[in-house]
Write a protein that binds this ligand. Structure first.
Ligand SMILES: [Fe+2]
Length: 200
């Protein structure tokens, strides 16, 4: 019988996805020429970075450390957001405009199906979910504004370059997709404090 929390894989997946999102959103904010887009990206990046640290902290408090995958690839997302694609193209390639599900079910609906989640982790997850949904709304509004102001009235850009980028990023860089792929994710390894506690 193990006392290892069943939801460690979920916490790990969130910590990794939020770290990655924080990195590419910051890189994108540094190069966008739109003040409005930069404001949205910086707001969301700040949330993502805080989520990454808070979940890593919670995993540590539970006696484990974040476990990162060896094949993690942050460079592809950074290459996209720092490319000469427009903000609209980047948003579509990353599918950030599709995170907001409105009143329809989303990936977060399943998080609390695990009834063993402890109080502190539940508190953290609850705030995280509300913030992610608000982020989804912010990004969708930003996307709609970009479409309205895009040259030619704008519809979805569909050149070969974007199509290939979309294929590349389809499963890779949507936070929601990453979480879906990662549940149950790799559980973190026990950290030193836990190993010590076990040997007592
Ligand atoms: Fe996120």
């Amino acid at each position: 019988m193990t006392d290892k929390p069943s939801y460690l894989g979920l916490l790990n997946a969130i910590a990794i996805a939020e770290t990655r999102a924080h990195k590419y959103l910051c890189a994108w904010a540094d190069v966008t020429r739109s003040d409005e887009v930069r404001a949205v990206l910086r707001k969301v990046a700040a949330r993502e970075g805080e989520h990454a640290m808070s979940f890593a902290k919670r995993i540590n408090e539970l006696g484990y450390d974040v476990r990162r995958k060896e094949d993690e690839d942050d460079d592809t997302a950074i290459a996209l957001v720092t490319s000469d694609c427009s903000d609209l193209e980047k948003m579509e390639a990353l599918k950030l405009h599709r995170l907001d599900r409105g009143d329809k079910p989303d990936i977060f609906d399943d998080f609390f199906k695990d009834h063993s989640i402890d109080i502190a982790t539940g508190e953290l997850l609850g705030r995280y979910i509300a913030e992610e949904r608000d982020t989804g709304r912010l990004l969708r509004q930003c996307y709609e504004q970009l479409r309205r102001t895009a040259p030619g009235g704008s519809p979805a850009v569909a050149d070969d370059r974007l199509a290939s980028l979309e294929r590349k990023f389809d499963a890779l860089y949507s936070t929601v997709n990453e979480l879906r792929d990662a549940i149950p994710g790799p559980a973190p390894e026990p950290n030193g404090s836990r190993a010590k506690a076990r040997t007592k």
